[in-house]
Structure formats: C-alpha cells, structure tokens
Design a protein around this ligand. Structure first.
Ligand code: NDP
Length: 473
C-alpha cells in the first residue's frame, strides 16, 4: 500500500501541509531529518488520515506511488539543495520534487534546469498563509512543467483555500515562475502593512485617536472596499490591551520591524527588471529605518514642526481614501513587476489568474483582488492597473483626500513614505512631460550620452564644450 504523496520537512509548515493532505483523503508519506518530528506527527495527528512515517529518505521514497510526488518543506537555502540532491538520487525519470519553501526564484530556475536534465520534474511552489493556511487551505503558486501540473494540480487545488468555490491554486508558469509570484505576493504584503501602519500613525498623531478608537476605525473600513485580512487583524492588534501594564499592546511592542528577506528580494528583482515598485521599496526601507536605534536616538534632537494635532475625525475618511489609492498603486506596481518578469523569462503569466489565487488562503487576501481579476478579464494587455476603469474612477475620487493627507503628514512631521511615494508615482505617470528631458541634457553634457528629440528621428549630441552646435550622432 503506497502513499499518494510525500512531505519531507515536518516543522510547522510541513506538518500542517501533511495533515491537510491526509484530511483530504490522501495517503501521505512523512519524513523529517530528525525522526522525533515524524513520530510526534503520527502520534498526535495519526487519527486524521493515512500517514506513512519514514525514518530515512530511502524508505520515504520507496513508500511513494509512481510517478512519485515529494514535497520539500525545509528551511530555504543550502539545506534545500542537499535534500533535493538526496531525493533526486533515489528517484526516476518522471518523478516530481516540489519545493514548497520560500526559495529565491533564481535558485528554483537553477534547480529546475538541473533536474530537467535528469528527467525529474522540479516544481517550485510558493505557499502562502502561514501555518494556519497550510493546515486549512493555503494559496499555492506552483511553477514548473505543465506535465507535472497535470499530476500535481488536482491535489494542490484540493487542499488549497477556496473562494466562491474556486481554488486558490493554479498553474503559474515554467521554472521559477511560482516562486517569483510568491515573492511579489510577499512584497505586496510589505507594502500593504506599511500603508496600514501609516494610516494608524497619522490618525493617531493628527487626530488624536486612541488605539482602541482606531481599532473601531479599521473595523468600519473592513466593511467597505478595503475589506481584507490585514485590515481585519489590524483592528484586533490595536484593540489588544497588555495584561501586565494595562496599556495598549501596540505601545509596549518594540517599534523595530523585522523581515525574513522576501521583500528585499522583490525590490532587488525590480531593480534588475527596471520596474518602479516604489510602494514595496519604501516599505522595505521603512522597516530598515526602524531597525537603526542608534541613528534614531541621535536624530531625536533634530528640528521638527511645532504643530500638534491638527484635525479631528474628519481626517478619517481622507486617510481611508489615501490608503485605498496608495494600495491600488502598490498592487499596480507589483503586477507590473510580474508582467516584466513574464516577458524577461518567457513565463506567459496570466495576471488575472494570479489575482484569483490570492483571493483566499494568503496574507493579502482581499475583496479588492476581484477588481484586479476583472480588470485583466476585460483587457489582458492592460498597460497599468491604474487605468482600468474601476481603479481610475477610485483614484479620481480619492485624489483630493490623498493630497490633503500627504500635505497634512508633511506639515506635522509624520512620515508617510508609502502614501507620498504612491502619490508621486501617480503624478509621475500622469505627467505629459517629465523632467527626464533635463536629465538627458545633463547626461549629454557631462558624458556625451546623447539624446533623442521630440520633433525628429535620430540620436543627437550637443557639443557642450565647443560651439554648442547640435550634431546627429
Ligand atoms: P523552518 O524554516 O523553520 O525549517 C525547519 C525544517 O527544516 C525542519 O523540518 C528541519 O529539520 C528542516 N531542515 C533544516 N535544514 C535541513 C537540512 N539541511 N536537511 C534536512 N532538513 C533540514 O520550517 P517552517 O515550517 O517554518 O518553514 C518551512 C519552509 O516553508 C521554509 O522554506 C519557509 O521559508 C517556508 N514558509 C514558511 C512559512 C511560515 O509561516 N513559517 C510560510 C510560507 C512558507 P529538523 O527538524 O531535523 O531540524
């Protein structure tokens, strides 16, 4: 009696994924480097389904039905390579190795190419939703060969979250596409959280609202177009009172935001691709700023504005609109990055489908993603989400509030890099003429880098150090 699928790496994610598979009726081979975790899983949760515990990788692989399907859920990095190598040595052409960890997509590309040569399908699957999602239905972003998806897809779609009956899992694209999309998902998650944090900070400083009052504000927002998991849990965190001190928990948590690195990867990739993902970049940098206590201590003596609270509750609706508009920008940028990567790596990503599988299971799940899917349904070649009718309308409605919020924040000295950079991006794209023409002039001046003209074809250079006449280059 052989197992349908196997999971190796049984820390929180692997264990819960294995349980999810077993609860859906699959026979699951389970293995972990240190056997204690394997035994603990079977002891505690063996009654949930059919597990095939294995003490070593040889018996793990031997217990799998052919073609074999093995999911790796180990700590991403060098360990993943070691486990892949050992698994591959025990497998045969046609078998499938799925890496469900947070691998960098370039690693996934490299691993997929190496295993393809040996006839083994390597699937880099982004899995989002944390341990809770792994157990009850994650969002799954698998990349690899189409052929492997035929054997794996039905299982992944079975255990994934469902929204309106539609699974939050689909074939993403070849080689590293799945891990790339997961990376951008995480980058967008950074941007979303930064915008929420700015909304909280500004309303607290400018309007004098308490964390408990702000919890109520977020709860109200969650009933409208901002409805999402992150807004929902923001209300929960703001409402929490510290048992020991009686103070709002948010006031006793050290204000230094950490990161595991997927946000940074997103920005690094965006820089390579030349896509301005300012929302994600500002979010990563804001966390970096929070992590420099020495500089922050030194800077506390720098001059700031005299103004205290400047607004009452009337700012709440303005901030809500600024948040929504900035969120649209951050998502538009993330989707641009996926489109650029799709062209660069030949992935043929279906952007609407990516919005669909993010509607449930994952951290950025939101009603809003339906709007994105609809926008791509209407026009697959949309140049930017900002111009999709639903979003262009929302931006038009929000822009006065957005400008007011950014101005208010600047006036009272509350940093809103997310709101401000999103507005700058919006205005940058809208501009008829950008000052990039001056930059081109400067580049030509000091480096003879040449420029193009608006009124004729060709490439030109002005002889800046000589007679200042223009020549065609
Ligand atoms: P960890 O990232 O904490 O990794 C621990 C697991 O990796 C243990 O099973 C450990 O085995 C195994 N491991 C580490 N190094 C090796 C090695 N060299 N050889 C064999 N096994 C090794 O576990 P998580 O469950 O948190 O995450 C698993 C993967 O899922 C990671 O890639 C993570 O980035 C990703 N992920 C995690 C999410 C989360 O919310 N935690 C969300 C989405 C993805 P042992 O018990 O023997 O030490």
């Amino acid at each position: 009696d052989l197992a349908d699928i196997g999971v190796t790496g049984l820390a929180v994610m692997g264990r819960n994924l294995a349980r999810n598979l077993a609860r859906h009726g699959y026979g699951v081979a389970v293995h972990n480097r240190s056997a204690g975790k394997t035994r603990a899983l079977v002891e505690e949760f063996g009654h949930e389904g059919t597990f095939h515990p294995a003490e070593d990788l040889e018996s793990f692989v031997a217990s799998l039905k052919r073609p074999r399907r093995a999911i790796i859920m180990v700590k991403a990095g060098a360990g993943t390579d070691a486990v892949i190598e050992r698994l591959a040595a025990l497998m045969e052409p046609g078998d499938m190795i799925v890496d469900g960890g947070n691998a960098h997509f370039e690693d996934t590309r490299r691993r997929e190419a190496a295993l393809r040569e040996r006839g083994i399908h390597f699937v880099g699957a982004g899995i989002s939703g944390g341990e809770e999602g792994a157990l009850n239905g994650p969002s799954i972003m698998p990349g690899g060969s189409r052929e492997s998806y035929e054997a794996l897809g039905p299982i992944l779609e079975d255990i994934a979250a469902k929204v309106d009956g539609v699974p939050c899992a689909t074939y993403v694209g070849p080689d590293g596409a799945g891990h790339f999309v997961k990376m951008v998902h995480n980058g967008i998650e950074y941007a979303d959280m930064q915008l929420i944090a700015e909304s909280y900070d500004l309303l607290r400083q400018a309007s004098g609202l308490s964390p408990a009052e702000l919890a109520g504000v977020f709860r109200e927002w969650n009933a409208g177009e901002l409805e999402s998991y992150l807004i929902e849990i923001t209300a929960e965190v703001l409402d929490q009172v510290d048992a020991g001190t009686g103070r709002p928990l948010v006031d006793v948590i050290v204000d230094r935001a950490e990161q595991k690195g997927t946000g940074r990867w997103t920005v690094q990739s965006a820089l390579e691709l030349g896509v301005p993902v300012t929302g994600i970049a500002e979010a990563v940098f804001a966390r970096a700023l929070s992590g420099h206590p020495e500089q922050r201590a030194a800077a506390r003596s720098l001059a700031g504005p005299d103004e205290g609270p400047v607004a009452g509750r009337e700012l709440v609706e303005d901030v809500r609109r600024a948040l929504y508009a900035s969120k649209i920008v951050a998502y538009a940028q993330g989707f641009d990055q996926m489109a650029a990567a799709s062209r660069e790596y030949g992935w043929d990503l279906d952007l609407g489908a990516m919005a669909t599988i993010w509607r449930g299971g994952c951290i950025i799940r939101a009603r809003f993603l339906d709007r994105i899917r609809e926008a791509y349904d209407e026009n697959r070649e949309l140049p930017t989400l900002l111009t999709a009718p639903a979003f262009a309308g929302a931006l038009a409605e929000a822009q006065d509030s957005w400008r007011k919020v950014v101005a208010t924040a600047a006036r009272i000295g509350v940093p809103t890099p997310g709101f401000s950079s999103a507005l700058a991006y919006y205005d940058g794209l809208r501009r008829d003429r950008l000052p990039a023409s001056l930059i081109q002039g400067l580049r030509d001046y000091f480096g003879a880098h040449t420029y193009q003209r608006v009124d004729k074809e060709g490439v030109f250079h002005t002889d800046w150090s000589g007679d200042r006449a223009e020549h065609q280059a």
